[in-house]
Design a protein around this ligand. Structure first.
Ligand code: HEM
Length: 323
């Protein structure tokens, strides 16, 4: 039986994507930059020791890089007079920590000029920043190349917004070859870090356009959040896991199970049977090591999304500028 042309093309594309991510290697820079991981860790540590709140910011930056054109460092590129880059897209305007990437890149360039991609540096920095605040550690296979395209519209459409429901979230993750389990596990990142009031004002004040709030959120929590965020407040920040927003624990799942997840996308994890089961498991008894183990596995998968390898792309000299 002849295989239709379109199916064949799809199969080939999948095989190519898989082969690409398989070609990342733990020891990719063994000859070309043997001290890479030491340099990255030491430089990242100088920032995290004085500003641990950068750890969640760098983890989120890696996620936003990988979901738009794969983990290719395209989120790091600055806009120019004829290109509005990913950085300028609304969801990326709250990214923080670009100075850490720049400092690490400069330190790496001094030792190994022109060898190490910004995409690999971002993947390593995110891992090290999280483990420096005593969060999980995961292996980072290397050999990513840097992309030469960065487009704000793509970022707007590829990054899942906080108002997505479970069907939309699952589809967004599936488009990146991530499973429903990866979704609930990686959402556990929201156990660290902060959000701007602007990310939740419509949920608090104008959920259906009639001045109402989201009925799926605990009304006492809605009231508490309203005291922190006025309807016009775009700048104040709130901890997503109040009281332990710099501790990588399982609190996120207890918070979600109490209908106190900050975003609709957090609350949505209660509405799918697979994600709900994971939330319940991790909120009723302490299973921290299994969460951390799951998290590490999902991060390795996320770090392989649509990577450029071999001679594709480039090794950028400066992470914010295409060569
Ligand atoms: C499932 C879909 C997701 C949605 C809709 C979402 C949405 C958001 C939003 C709206 C914020 C707050 C931005 C602000 O107001 O400043 C945020 C923060 C954050 N997100 Fe997510 N996120 C998702 C998944 C992820 C994933 C997969 C990761 C990491 C692997 C992640 C890591 C973080 C971290 C660490 C922060 C805190 C950043 C900081 O402190 O600066 N998120 N997320």
């Amino acid at each position: 039986m002849a295989i239709p042309k379109l199916v064949l093309v799809c199969i080939l594309l999948l095989v190519f994507r898989h082969a690409n991510s398989q070609s990342l290697k733990a020891n990719f820079y063994r000859r070309t930059c043997p001290s890479l991981e030491t340099i990255v860790n030491a430089t990242t540590a100088t920032f995290i020791s004085s500003a641990p709140s950068l750890a969640p910011a760098l983890l989120r930056m890696h996620f936003h890089d990988c979901f738009v054109r794969g983990c290719d460092g395209s989120v790091l590129i600055n806009s120019t007079s004829n290109n509005t880059a990913e950085k300028a897209a609304i969801p990326n305007q709250s990214l923080r920590g670009f100075q850490v990437i720049d400092a690490v890149k400069s330190a790496v360039e001094r030792q190994c000029p022109g060898r190490v991609s910004c995409a690999d540096i971002l993947a390593l920095v995110a891992r090290d920043a999280v483990s420096l605040i005593n969060g999980p550690f995961w292996p980072v296979p290397l050999g990513r190349r840097d992309g030469r395209v960065s487009n704000s519209t793509e970022a707007l459409f590829q990054l899942p917004p906080p108002f997505f429901n479970s069907t939309q979230l699952i589809a967004s993750f599936a488009a990146k070859n991530l499973t429903v389990k990866d979704l609930v596990v990686l959402s556990g990142s929201h156990t660290i870090g902060v959000a701007h009031c602007s990310s939740i004002t419509s949920r608090l004040y104008n959920f259906t356009g009639r001045g109402d709030s989201d009925p799926s959120m605990d009304p006492n929590y809605v009231a508490a959040l309203k005291r922190r965020c006025s309807p016009t407040d775009a700048n104040s920040i709130i901890q997503m896991d109040p009281g332990s927003s710099q501790v990588f624990d399982e609190d996120y799942y207890s918070i979600v199970s109490k209908r106190r997840g900050l975003f609709q996308s957090d609350g949505a994890l209660l509405t799918n049977s697979v994600t709900n089961a994971y939330v319940q498991q991790h909120s009723t008894s302490s299973r921290l090591s299994s969460f951390l183990n799951d998290f590490s596995k999902s991060m390795v998968k996320m770090g392989k999304i649509e990577v450029l390898t071999g001679s594709a792309g480039e090794i950028r000299r400066v992470c914010s500028v295409i060569n």
